[in-house]
Write a protein that binds this ligand. Structure first.
Ligand code: TEU
Ligand code: CA
Length: 561
């Protein structure tokens, strides 16, 4: 019998279906393409597959704008294709996690088409409509995540509707019990089909503060959107758990922008009957030590001391009371080897393995984003024509209008555009990377052609095989799942060291987070010597001496007397 918290020793693999594998020669990834690659995923060893949205959508935000929750996006295939994918995944002992996007729908959803017809339409209160102010301006000054006002004027009924993201993504009104009933019915429908979990898109935004108060001034005429951690969010999630989740063996992870350790204990508390875990965004936010003036666009990744402090805060903060998810990559983030590591040819493989070691030996459930296991790197696009993401295209237009030089804007996109993670999965070194046999919806980057699944599966020293080993260790070492985290060398400028302890079993993780050589402190050398620890995993062939080499990562496993 699987234990109650079966997901605690699981590894999740995120698939962005549009970019994973094209099976029908249209340059767009699809469900049958995923089914073709299940043996690759089984060989990697992952347990749960998280599919970014596959529901019917006009793709204004690549599927995060859903027009029908109970049908498959035309470009991705049919419900029969989905049923086959689910069955084939289950046959291989893998589970399927769906992406639940219920903070908003598409403006082409039936509910919104009805809602906008008239003020007394039965679906009017499915969304958030408000009068303009006395001058006819929007009811508050929230900025949309994708730039511009978060309110769109609707001529037919002469009111504004709220859209925290694009104007084609109107926010649902969760205060309306009919909305909640409709969402729970839809979730039940998918659970009855046998899916195994939900990743919940911006679920921390579903409860808005009464009066929709403005946030902090952004200096561009707008304020932040204050829809995070609203007053009823935990009540709604407990209701969702009671009405749906508690009735099925499903794993849940909430995407919670704005969450902190304290609120995470509610969302992902071991006994709060809400969700199993959450994605927090502090780790992937930019460094607070490096001044920048264009928000995320000219931010740089946290320095190692900042990252070390943040991981330690979350590891100690949730210990014994809630469960961490562990990620550096997803479809919204630049590739971690480019953002946090070093994608120069000399260091890319080594630093990718160091980052993977840093993440996978922490306590929590690791998430691998498609291509991360290959050490895929940022796209390196230098022309706006290569970009597809609504966020990047909107930012480009807005900054151009503000007079920012194009070269500067393109440097921002090259560093942090979401499209960095959305280029085709690299299966081999053919023209379209084995993703398709026709020009894909987004270009294959011109970078290192050796970064591909075919080559790396043959090379036992590849990033792929390193991830495969990390996953195998998690499946076989209780200390890696349940061990308590403790930081060591708290002030070392280059080495990030920590231990995991589970009874008499101990792991010692040492990471040289820099491209410089660095002497191992004598106290650590003595500990390694005295405990006779066996090396569990190491990203160099030759034994580690008294000096750590660039991006060296090593883990010792020993039993304390
Ligand atoms: O992202 C929500 C979120 O956290 C945003 O801040 C996000 O990081 C966005 O990329 C702004 O930089 C979720 C999805 O992951 C994202 O792909 C969607 O665009 C968004 O919600 C709306 O559904
Ligand atoms: Ca296709």
């Amino acid at each position: 019998m699987e234990n109650k918290n079966w997901w605690k020793d699981a590894v999740v693999y995120q698939i962005y279906p549009r970019s994973f594998k094209d099976s029908n020669h249209d340059g767009i990834g699809d469900l049958n393409g995923i089914t073709e690659k299940l043996d690759y995923l089984k060989n990697l060893g992952v347990d749960i597959l998280w599919l970014s949205p596959i529901y019917q959508s006009p793709n204004d935000d690549n599927g995060y704008d859903i027009s029908d929750y109970r049908s498959i996006m035309t470009e991705f295939g049919t419900m029969e294709d989905f049923d086959r994918l689910l069955e084939q995944a289950h046959n291989r002992g893998m589970k399927l996690m769906m992406d639940l996007v219920v903070n908003h729908t598409s403006d082409e959803h039936h509910w919104f088409k009805e809602s906008r017809k008239s003020k007394d339409n039965p679906f009017r209160d499915f969304y958030i409509w408000r009068d303009g102010d006395e001058n006819g301006n929007p009811p508050n000054r929230w900025e949309s995540c994708f730039k511009g006002s978060a309110w769109e004027w609707d001529e037919t009924t002469e009111q504004y509707y709220l859209h925290s993201f694009s104007k084609k993504q109107p926010d649902l009104n969760w205060e309306n019990p009919k909305v909640r009933d409709a969402v729970y019915d839809m979730m039940t429908w998918w659970c009855e089909k046998g899916i195994d979990g939900f990743r919940m898109d911006v679920i921390s935004m579903i409860s808005k503060y009464p009066g929709l108060p403005d946030g902090d001034e952004l200096g561009n005429g707008y304020t932040g959107n204050t829809s995070f951690d609203g007053p009823r969010v935990n009540e709604f999630l407990r209701e969702m758990n009671d009405r749906v989740l508690s009735k099925y063996k499903v794993v849940t992870v909430g995407e919670c922008p704005g969450v902190d350790v304290a609120s995470a204990k509610n969302y992902a508390g071991l006994d709060t009957k809400e969700l199993n875990m959450i994605f927090q965004f502090e780790t992937v936010e930019g460094s607070r030590l490096v001044p920048h003036s264009y928000g995320k666009w000219d931010s740089v990744a946290m320095t190692m001391p900042e990252l070390r402090e943040n991981f330690t805060k979350w590891q100690k903060g949730l210990e014994g009371s809630a469960w961490n998810s562990l990620f550096l990559d997803n479809h919204d983030q630049p590739r971690c080897v480019s953002r946090f590591g070093n994608d120069a040819p000399k260091y890319r493989v080594r630093s990718a393995k160091m980052l993977a070691t840093m993440l996978h030996f922490l306590k929590g459930t690791p998430y691998i984003y498609e291509g991360e296991e290959l050490g895929m790197m940022n796209a390196g696009f230098s022309r706006i024509e290569d970009y597809r993401d609504i966020e990047s295209l909107n930012v480009y237009r807005e900054m151009k209008d503000q007079g920012v030089e194009e070269e500067k804007i393109l440097s921002f996109l090259k560093a942090v555009s979401r499209d960095n993670a959305r280029t085709p999965m690299q299966w081999d070194d053919t023209e379209y990377a084995g993703f398709s046999d026709t020009m894909p919806w987004i270009r294959v980057p011109d970078n290192d052609k050796s970064i591909n699944a075919a080559e790396e599966q043959e090379d036992t020293d590849s990033v792929f095989h390193y991830y495969r080993k990390l996953i195998h260790l998690r499946h076989t070492l209780p200390v890696m799942v349940d061990g308590v985290y403790d930081l060591i060398l708290p002030d070392h400028p280059q080495i990030y060291g920590y231990t995991r302890t589970f009874g008499r079993e101990k792991l010692l993780i040492l990471l040289n987070y820099s491209k410089d050589q660095v002497k191992v402190p004598q106290e650590i050398l003595d500990q390694i010597q005295s405990c006779q620890g066996r090396v569990l995993i190491h990203n160099y062939q030759e034994e580690m001496e008294e000096v750590m080499r660039p991006y060296e990562a090593i883990v010792y496993h020993f039993t304390e007397d």
